[in-house]
Ligand binder design. Structure first.
Ligand code: OGA
Ligand code: NI
Length: 335
């Protein structure tokens, strides 16, 4: 059995009628969703139609990335069946008996891949109400199938198909981000790792929680990635921090949710902003989400694109290897 107790196991051990949760999941008052969410407002983040012409698309993606750091895309070209299949096989995996899920658990070597639960409690000693599975889906040379579930048998095909389609979306978004900075279409992608960009899939599994007013799923953070492309299930839970307040985000059916991550903020020299976000949980329903993080390879150096830096616009960020950025961020060290 795992040394860390899975949140899914904690949740299913609670009696149906209870309205208490273990103390380590109760956030401090300044973090509790009931205390800190603007009630009754669901934020309409920009919705962008990806079937638009290249110039219009670039303009809209650029504007949303400057002002919001988050947007949704529709008409993105990924067939509904492909996304539905990704969701179906992921859900089936999480519904397996606990021991079977442990077969793809993280291996203790400190790598991010595998099934797990955030190990370290955060600074306040609190835990998130969520389990996860991480594995790379692209490029083939980076994939380790040891972390891909064997059950259901169609897991692999579903994930490969989704990854293939997603790369086209990723390329078009990176191109739009580049054009909107006044650069050539390929420059942003190149500055984020080019053809070696790693597509790291995460599945978040948020079991029902008797006290969604007191707990959080994923705590407030910005993604370390260049961009993140996410599909949620139908259960609301994503929140963004905007104008100093936390808001629920409205979902559009079949849209993909795009987060600008830290690496795009850095290489754009601050023109684009990574977005602060977190997730809440639900009293009756299981929430799931499938973010894919587009990340530079570990040894790849990311810094402000030289063309965006001059006397009037000095570099606001250091240039460093992605693995060093990640190390500092995960250990809460200055960059
Ligand atoms: C994450 C994340 C959001 C969600 O895992 O980094 O922000 O909607 N997830 O689950
Ligand atoms: Ni995130």
């Amino acid at each position: 059995m795992a040394e860390v107790e899975r949140v899914q196991a904690v949740a299913s051990s609670l009696s149906k009628s209870t309205d208490t949760i273990p103390a380590e999941y109760i956030r401090s008052e300044k973090e509790q969703p009931a205390e800190t969410t603007v009630q009754g407002v669901v934020l309409n983040v920009p919705v962008i139609d990806m079937s638009e012409r290249e110039e219009e698309l670039a303009e809209k993606v650029g504007e949303a990335s400057r002002e919001w750091g988050i947007f949704q895309v529709v008409n993105h070209g990924i067939p509904e069946e492909v996304t539905a299949e990704l969701q179906r096989v992921g859900k089936e995996f999480f519904e397996l008996p606990q021991e079977e899920k442990e077969a793809v658990a993280k291996d203790g070597g400190g790598g991010v891949e595998g099934y797990g639960t955030t190990l370290q409690k955060d600074l306040e000693g609190k835990r998130g109400w969520v389990d996860h599975l991480f594995h790379k889906v692209w490029p083939p040379s980076a994939i380790n199938y040891r972390f891909w579930p064997k059950t259901p048998p169609s897991y692999r095909e579903a994930n490969e198909e989704y990854a293939k389609r997603l790369r086209e979306v990723g390329d078009r978004l990176l191109r739009s981000l580049s054009l909107s900075l006044g650069l050539e279409g390929h420059e942003v992608k190149e500055a984020a790792g080019g053809e070696d960009i790693i597509y790291l899939l995460k599945i978040n599994y948020y079991p029902p929680c008797p006290r969604p007013d007191l707990a959080l799923g994923v705590v407030a953070h910005t993604d370390m990635s260049a961009i993140t492309i996410l599909v949620p299930n139908e259960v609301q839970g994503l929140q963004v921090f905007k104008d100093n307040h936390w808001y629920d985000v409205k979902y559009i059916p079949n849209a993909l949710i795009i987060h600008i991550g830290d690496q795009i903020e850095i290489l754009s020299n601050g023109k684009y902003k990574s977005v602060l976000h977190r997730t809440t949980v639900n009293k009756e329903k299981t929430r799931m989400s499938w973010p894919v993080f587009l990340e530079p390879p570990p040894e790849f150096e990311v810094g402000p694109i030289p063309k965006l830096v001059d006397e009037k616009n000095p570099a606001k960020y250091k240039t460093k290897k992605y693995k060093d950025f990640a190390y500092c961020k995960l250990n809460k060290l200055p960059q």
